[in-house]
Ligand binder design. Sequence first.
Ligand code: FES
Length: 187
Amino acid sequence: MTNENKNHSKDEQPDRRQFIKGASCVIGAAIGAVPMAAGVRVVLSPLVDKEAAEGGAMIRLGDLGDLETGVPMKFAIVADNSDKWTRYKDVPVGAVYLVKQKEDAKEPVVAFNTVCPHLGCFVDYRKEKQDFFCPCHDSNFALNGKLKNGVSPRGMDTLTVELRNTTEVWVKFQRFKANSKNKIAIS
Ligand code: FES
């Protein structure tokens, strides 16, 4: 290994650790949130290959007709995974909130990664307060993703959305660096 490569992998380690911590948090939250998510429809997407789960492709999450204007709907992202010994099917790898916008809006649908940009906890939609809330360190966000209060260094991370065949909602699922003012994609 050259020095450059060594330095590179050293530099990557904190990011990687942070990612693994964040991913565990997301996965735990995605599983744990389902029973508490009364009133929030959680759809396990039938899709997703590994490339898509790692941010390399657009994923079809649903149809415009599934969404209610101004009401965030959560979609779990699942993927098949494997290690040396075992192949796992439908492993939760994250989740996305889709928010359908009013008819005159520039974008028909906005998508957010459900992970808090502070340290990677899972952000809840609070219907009664009409906001998103991270219970780990009490950050809350407006429904347009902007930070209202708390320690998060930025607002919620938006994801690229495409409407295909008029009504199909496709999203590029990506993860972003935690605890940074800037939105930096890490997958
Ligand atoms: S992880 Fe969300 S506020 Fe700290």
